[in-house]
Design a protein around this ligand. Structure first.
Ligand code: IVH
Length: 660
C-alpha cells in the first residue's frame, strides 16, 4: 500500500471503529453519546472514502449493512446442533412438577435457575467466525433452517463485528417493537395494504423479504439467549453475549427456589403491558451447564428448560351484531358489535372483521359465541366461533352504501366492496380526517366531532372547502368558542405553507403512503408534471410498481379530482417541491469529480456537495489527476496549489453557479 493509501486506510478504520461504537451505544445500550447529525457526518465521510477507494471496502464495514441483490429464494442450512423448542407449563403447579423432576433427575439438592422473558418473535442462529458475522439462519424445522444473512445484516443491534475476534454461535429472538409494529401497520393501511395480525407475523414477514433493502426499512431488533461454545453457567453466558456487543433482555433473574421463579413469573404476567414488545411467558433454565448436560434433551426439547406461558389475552363473548363502516376510500368494513367483555384490563365492545371473506372464513353468524384475542394490535380480533347460537342469523354485506345509499362495487380479485358515490358523507368525513392528520396537513384542531358537524351542516363539501371557512361559520358550531375557531383557522392557514408531498399524501390516493408521496414529489417536482405523466412514466419511478402507477394515474385523470386540485391550488396550497431538480439539468455533472476547498460565501459545503451529487457528480476529499474541477472559496489552502500543479480546472463560486 502506498503512503497515501495507508493514511486513508487508517482513517477508514478509525471511522469504522467510531461508527461501531456509536451504533452499539445507540442500538444496544440505548445510551447515545452524539446526535444523529454527528453520526450521519461520520457515516458520510466513511461512505465517501470508500466510494473513492472501493478496494478498501470490507464486508464488516458499517456502510455494508444493506447490500447485494435481492434473493430468488433462501438457501437452507443443516444445524450442527438442532434448534430445539421448549416444553410448556400452563400453570404454577406444572412448573412446580417440573422443578421437582429436575431435582430428582439431577440427583442434587440444590439447583439454581435463570428466569428470562419469553420474547414472542422468531428464533435465529447467528454464526460468527473470528468475530465477523458470517451467517444468520432461521429456526426452520429445528434441524434445517433458512439462511437469511442479508436481512439480518440490516438489524442495527446485531453487530457485523463482535467486540472480540471469537468464533461463536449466538442464538436469540428477532422481534419487532410494538411501536414499530403499529407504525408499520398504519403505513400499510395508508398504502392500501393489509395489516399484519401481530408483531410476530410482521417480524416474520420482514425477515422473509427477498430484498434486504425492504427488510432494512423494518426496524427489527434482537435479544440473545444462548451462546456456543458455552460457559459453565447460563447466567455467565448471558453476560458474555452482552460483552461481545449484542443485546440480552435486561429483565432476568437468578432464582434459587421455585418461589423466586413464581415471583418473577407473576410480576411479568402483571407488567407485560408496560413493555414495548410482546412476551408470552417466562423461560426457566437450569443455570449450571453441568446439570443441563446430566438432564439431557428429548428429540424436541431440553429437559433443563421450560416455558411457563402466560394466560392468553383471550376471552369469549357474544356477537350481538355486525355493523358496516365506510372508510375514506369508500371501503365497506364490517365491525363486530360484542357483548362487552374484559380483556387484559380493558372493556371490549367491538372487533374488526376486515372484510366479508373473513366472516365466511370464520363461519361467523350473529348471536354466536366467539373467541376474542388481543395481540399487539390495539383493536382485538375474533379468532373463532366457540358455539353456534340456536337463533343465529347469517350476515349479508349491504348491496348499497349504508351511509349514503350509493352504489357499491366489489372489483374482481379484491376482498373489499366500495361505495362509488363521489359525495358520500362517510368518505368525505374520513378524507377530511386524513387530510388533517399529522403526517399530512397537520391540522390538529380538526377532530372527529368537528368534521361530523362540518359535513352534516354542508359547510365543507371537499377538502378545499376547509380553506373557505370563516370565523363566523366556525363559531356557530357546537363546542366552538371564538378562541378555538381562531386557532383552527390559523392551523388551516399554516397548512398552506407545508411541503408539496404532504398534499399529495393528504389527497388519499389509494396505495400512496407517506413515503411514496415523498418519492413522487421529488421525482416530478410539481402537480402539473405529475398530472401529465403517463402510466409508463409513473412506473419508471424507482419504487413505483404497476398497481401503484395505475392507481395514481386513474386518480389524477378523474374530472372530480382534477377539479379538486384546481380548487386547492386556487386556495394557495403547495403544488411544487422545493428540492426538485429538473431532469434536463439533472446530469450536467455526470461522471465529474469535484474537490471543494476554502470557505464558500453563498452556500455551505454540504449544500455544494448536494448540488453536485444531485446533478450526477461526486465530491472527493483529495485532488488527483482524475479530479475534474476544484471549487475554491475564501482562504483556500494547499489544495489550490496542488490543483494548479496538476492542471485541474479551477472554479470560483460565480463560475460554478453559471454552470448550474
Ligand atoms: S431458549 C433449547 N430463551 O421460545 C432452548 N427461547 O419454543 C431454546 N424464546 O424457539 C430456547 N425467548 O424462539 C429461549 N429467553 C428465551 C426465549 C426463547 C423466546 C422462543 C424461542 C424458542 C421458543 C420456545
Amino acid at each position: 500500500m502506498s503512503g497515501a493509501k495507508h493514511t486513508i486506510n487508517d482513517r477508514i478504520e478509525q471511522l469504522r471503529e467510531q461508527i461501531r461504537e456509536h451504533e452499539h451505544r445507540y442500538y444496544v445500550l440505548d445510551q447515545p453519546l452524539i446526535s444523529d447529525f454527528e453520526f450521519d457526518q461520520l457515516m458520510r465521510e466513511l461512505q465517501q472514502l470508500e466510494h473513492e477507494n472501493p478496494e478498501l471496502i470490507t464486508r464488516d464495514s458499517p456502510t455494508q449493512r444493506v447490500g447485494g441483490e435481492p434473493a430468488k429464494e433462501f438457501p437452507t442450512l443443516k444445524f450442527s446442533r438442532p434448534m430445539l423448542s421448549l416444553e410448556n407449563a400452563y400453570s404454577e403447579d406444572e412448573l412446580k412438577d417440573w422443578t421437582r423432576r429436575v431435582v430428582q433427575l439431577a440427583k442434587t439438592e440444590k439447583v439454581d435457575y435463570v428466569a428470562e422473558l419469553k420474547i414472542d418473535g422468531l428464533s435465529v442462529s447467528l454464526i460468527y467466525g473470528n468475530g465477523l458475522l458470517s451467517k444468520a439462519v432461521t429456526r426452520g424445522d429445528g434441524r434445517t433452517g433458512e439462511v437469511v444473512t442479508g436481512n439480518v445484516r440490516t438489524i442495527r443491534s446485531i453487530p457485523l463485528r463482535l467486540h472480540e475476534d471469537v468464533s461463536v454461535e449466538i442464538r436469540g429472538e428477532i422481534f419487532l417493537s410494538l411501536k414499530a409494529f403499529r407504525q408499520l401497520n398504519d403505513e400499510r393501511e395508508q398504502a392500501g395494504e393489509s395489516r399484519f395480525a401481530n408483531p410476530r407475523n410482521a417480524a416474520a414477514g420482514s425477515l422473509r423479504q427477498l430484498d434486504p433493502s425492504i427488510a432494512a426499512t423494518r426496524p427489527l431488533d434482537f435479544y440473545g439467549y444462548s451462546i456456543f461454545p458455552t460457559l459453565p453457567l447460563q447466567s455467565e453466558n448471558l453476560k458474555w453475549i452482552t460483552k461481545l456487543g449484542l443485546k440480552v433482555n435486561p429483565h432476568r433473574k437468578l432464582c434459587r427456589s421455585v418461589e423466586e421463579i413464581l415471583d418473577f413469573y407473576r410480576h411479568w404476567e402483571e407488567q407485560r403491558d408496560d413493555l414495548d414488545y410482546e412476551i408470552d411467558g417466562v423461560v426457566v433454565k437450569v443455570n449450571s451447564v453441568e446439570i443441563q448436560e446430566k438432564l439431557g434433551s428429548t428429540s424436541k426439547s431440553p429437559r433443563w428448560a421450560i416455558a411457563v406461558k402466560f394466560r392468553a389475552r383471550q376471552a369469549t363473548t357474544k356477537l350481538l351484531n355486525i355493523r358496516v363502516q365506510v372508510g375514506r376510500t369508500g371501503a365497506l368494513t364490517p365491525v363486530a358489535v360484542l357483548e362487552p367483555v374484559q380483556l387484559g384490563g380493558t372493556t371490549i365492545r367491538n372487533a374488526t372483521l376486515h372484510n366479508e371473506d373473513e366472516i365466511e372464513r370464520l363461519g361467523l353468524q350473529i348471536n354466536d359465541r366467539v373467541l376474542l384475542e388481543r395481540g399487539g394490535d390495539v383493536i382485538p380480533k375474533i379468532v373463532s366461533v366457540i358455539e353456534q347460537a340456536a337463533d343465529r342469523r347469517a350476515f349479508q354485506m349491504p348491496s348499497r352504501c349504508p351511509v349514503c345509499g350509493g352504489e357499491v362495487y366489489r372489483p374482481e380479485g379484491e376482498a373489499v366492496r366500495r361505495c362509488l358515490s363521489q359525495t358520500c358523507p362517510a368518505k368525505l368525513k374520513e378524507s377530511l380526517l386524513h387530510w388533517a392528520s399529522r403526517k399530512a396537513m397537520k391540522i390538529d384542531g380538526l377532530g372527529e366531532r368537528l368534521v361530523d358537524q362540518l359535513v352534516e351542516k354542508s359547510l365543507v363539501r371537499d377538502v378545499s372547502g376547509l380553506y373557505r371557512l370563516s370565523q363566523e361559520q366556525l363559531e356557530g358550531l357546537e363546542r366552538m368558542g371564538p378562541k378555538s375557531a381562531e386557532n383552527l383557522l390559523r392551523q388551516i392557514d399554516a397548512s398552506r405553507s407545508l411541503e408539496f408531498w404532504r398534499l399529495l399524501f393528504g389527497l388519499g390516493i389509494r396505495h400512496v403512503g407517506e413515503r411514496t408521496a415523498q418519492i413522487l414529489a421529488k421525482h416530478f417536482g410539481s402537480m402539473q408534471r405529475l398530472q401529465n405523466a403517463s402510466q409508463e412514466e409513473l412506473e419508471q419511478v424507482y419504487e413505483v410498481g404497476p398497481k401503484l402507477a395505475e392507481s395514481i394515474y386513474r386518480f389524477l385523470k378523474q374530472p372530480e379530482n382534477r377539479e379538486l386540485i384546481e380548487k386547492l391550488e386556487a386556495a394557495g396550497l403547495p403544488m411544487k417541491s422545493d428540492d426538485f431538480v429538473p431532469p434536463e439539468m439533472a446530469q450536467v455533472f455526470e461522471g465529474k469529480t469535484f474537490v471543494l476547498t476554502g470557505t464558500l460565501e453563498g452556500m455551505t459545503r454540504e449544500e455544494a456537495t448536494s448540488i453536485i451529487e444531485h446533478r450526477g457528480g461526486r465530491v472527493s476529499s483529495s485532488i488527483s489527476k482524475k479530479t475534474n474541477f476544484v471549487l475554491v472559496g475564501r482562504d483556500a489552502g494547499s489544495k489550490l496549489d496542488k490543483a494548479r500543479k496538476l492542471g485541474v480546472q479551477i472554479l470560483d463560486e460565480q463560475q460554478f453557479r453559471t454552470m448550474l
